[in-house]
Write a protein that binds this ligand. Structure first.
Ligand code: PGA
Length: 250
């Protein structure tokens, strides 16, 4: 099995002083991890995070970026701006962006392409809603998100992408997918990637689970054969909980 990639998604939380305190508390707790540790923080915390994590094993990511390099896009941030700061990763197409900010498979693809172009590693989120799962359309939705959202992505580019499978019904709800549900959905998604990129590339692809992962359920989820890591929201805001997830496997 691969080592895991554990990423925190702070969402719209933590002022700069709060971010500094959380990172300083977290660093010693995860310093000896065999897994890759990433924190995806608000834009306003990026500088603080990059400075504090220099020379440590913690990597820094943003939570979105635009698809253009510059221009009249009020309120947006270009991938090159992130790269220049020392940011390494960027979450793309989180379900909250799809739900509240009109993100589509097409904009996800555009943002992913731009992020890759700038030398960032995208963490691309996919996942079905409860209604989609209950009406038997889970596989159809996941297939569409992969086929459309990765349309022009080459095998070479895929090697620099992390995928996060996040069932929308499990995000921030406290309702986690069971270990089996997470593994089954991720194995299905991996199969869709295998059809396009071949089994070797699909097996090498990191596919995380996200959705109410916490210090209590992480070990079970991360022990599953297809679960290559986690994207953690709420529990990443508490250093001890996030560190426990980082150490839950390996
Ligand atoms: P959660 O969020 O862990 O709070 O459910 C996960 C995510 O949205 O990435």
């Amino acid at each position: 099995m691969k080592n895991k990639i554990i990423a925190g998604n702070w969402k719209m939380n933590k002022t700069r002083p709060e971010a500094e305190a959380l990172i300083k508390e977290l660093l010693p707790l995860v310093a000896d991890s065999v897994n890759t540790v990433i924190i995806c923080v608000p834009y306003t915390d990026l500088h603080t995070a990059v400075q504090l994590t220099k020379g440590t094993n913690v990597h820094v990511g943003a939570q979105n970026c635009h698809w253009k390099e510059s221009g009249a896009f009020t309120g947006e941030i270009a991938p090159s701006m992130l790269k220049e700061m020392g940011v390494e990763y960027v979450i793309i197409g989180h379900s909250e962006r799809r739900t509240y900010f009109g993100e589509t498979d097409a904009t996800v693809l555009a943002r992913t392409q731009a992020a890759l172009q700038a030398g960032l590693k995208p963490i691309v989120c996919i996942g079905e809603t409860l209604a989609e799962r209950q009406s038997g359309r889970m596989q159809q939705v996941l297939t569409r998100q992969v086929v459309e959202g990765f349309k022009d992505i080459t095998a070479q580019q895929l090697a620099n992408i992390i995928v996060a499978y996040e069932p929308v019904w499990a995000i921030g709800t406290g309702v986690t997918a069971t270990d089996e549900q997470a593994n089954e959905a991720i194995a299905f998604v991996r199969g869709v990637f295998a059809q396009k990129y071949g089994k070797v590339a699909a097996d090498a692809l990191y596919i995380q689970y996200g959705g109410s992962m916490n210090d209590q359920n992480a070990a079970g989820l991360l022990a599953m054969s297809d679960v290559d890591g986690g994207l953690i929201g709420g529990a990443s805001l508490v250093a001890a909980k996030f560190a426990a997830i980082v150490h839950a496997h390996g």
